[in-house]
Design a protein around this ligand. Structure first.
Ligand code: SF4
Length: 337
């Protein structure tokens, strides 16, 4: 067995819960015809629950279209929920009006995948970073704003003179640093990183992940790290939630999940992660077929059409969520027999 890393030790932390998502459901209506009649739904997220403690990273992983980004956007209130609750520090935020939500909004920030489109090309970097400081009234004067912007540029390891330049003058990794500085400017408790390093080159990815980890340590930030890249997730998270067709099928501490995956889908995903040590080579499980449509999901266990160990009952009976001693959750009939 490997020694416990800082990340593993941290996953046992007793910090208070910051964010709690309870039975989150988000279905998007499909409208057709002249009268926009609702003819079906995209079942993007269905009965998803998890919590994140202060200073913790929870990774939300799964193939594209599994609903992980919709979870992030639901927490940000970019749209209304179909059902479920979102709690921030003991306050239920999913049902707040825009005005009551406003003071809480700054506490959750987001970094999106594409640093090229998420920065306004007509604004200088210092104005981009100053925007949340002004919007949330976090400084009393222009001099205070300038000092804060300089401090944030320093924190994300861009020189002070970066403030006077335009977004197009920077590389992808540097732009993502600007996005991080802008997120930090609001003084948040939680940052949602939605595929935040997916568009970057491997070496730049590692630099941004290291920066996020350093900032987390320094500022006690909680991170919801949404990604399809398990190789990156393994190095930067405390716990992992694996999603398939809108549901969490396994949720476990990082070390448990990577050393002993339990759900057949998690096993298949991990078997596809490249292993640098040829001695540790594992048998790759190639899943048959594509992910079914979230408009018409298979009955029973949604994974049964691709599961290499499916039972007869999996076609008709949805598995319960089995919670094991360590708090690990797995949703599979094989664990209930
Ligand atoms: Fe496979 Fe059945 Fe488990 Fe679903 S419940 S993962 S189909 S064995």
């Amino acid at each position: 067995m490997n020694n416990l890393t800082d990340r593993d030790a941290m996953s046992k932390n007793e910090n208070p819960v910051l964010l709690e998502v309870r039975h989150l459901q988000k279905f998007f209506p499909i409208k057709t015809g002249l009268f926009s009649k609702v003819t079906g739904h995209v079942h993007a997220v269905d009965d998803v629950s998890f919590s994140i403690r202060r200073g913790e990273t929870l990774a939300l992983v799964g193939e594209s279209g599994c609903g992980k980004s919709t979870v992030g956007r639901s927490i940000l209130r970019l749209f209304d929920l179909t059902a479920g609750e979102v709690w921030l520090d003991g306050v239920r935020i999913d049902s707040l009006t825009a005005t009551t939500l406003r003071p809480l909004r700054k506490r959750i920030q987001v970094i999106f995948q594409d640093p090229f489109s998420s920065l306004n090309p007509r604004m200088r970097v210092k104005d981009i970073i100053a925007e949340p400081i002004r919007n949330f009234g976090l400084a009393q004067s222009d001099a205070e704003i300038d000092a804060r912007v300089a401090q944030l540029l320093e924190k994300v390891r861009l020189g002070k003179d970066a403030g006077g330049r335009w977004p197009h003058e920077f590389s992808g990794g540097q732009r993502q640093r600007i996005c991080i500085a802008r997120a930090l400017a609001a003084d948040p408790d939680l940052i949602i990183c939605d595929e935040a390093v997916s568009a970057l080159d491997v070496s730049v990815k590692a630099q941004i992940v290291n920066l996020l980890q350093d900032l987390q340590k320094e500022l006690g930030l909680a991170l919801l790290f949404i990604s399809h890249d398990l190789a990156i997730v393994e190095h930067m998270t405390h716990r992992v939630a694996v999603m398939y067709l809108g549901k969490i099928v396994e949720l476990a501490e990082r070390r448990e999940l990577f050393s002993d995956p339990m759900h057949p889908y998690t096993k298949a995903l991990l078997s596809a992660v490249p292993v640098p040590d040829p001695q540790k080579k594992t048998q790759r499980t190639v899943l048959q077929g594509d992910v079914p449509s979230p408009i018409k999901r298979p009955g029973g266990c949604h994974f049964h059409t691709r599961c290499p160990v499916a039972l007869e009952r999996c076609k008709t009976e949805a598995p319960a969520q089995t919670v094991l001693g360590s708090g690990r959750m797995v949703s599979c009939h094989l664990l209930a027999v």
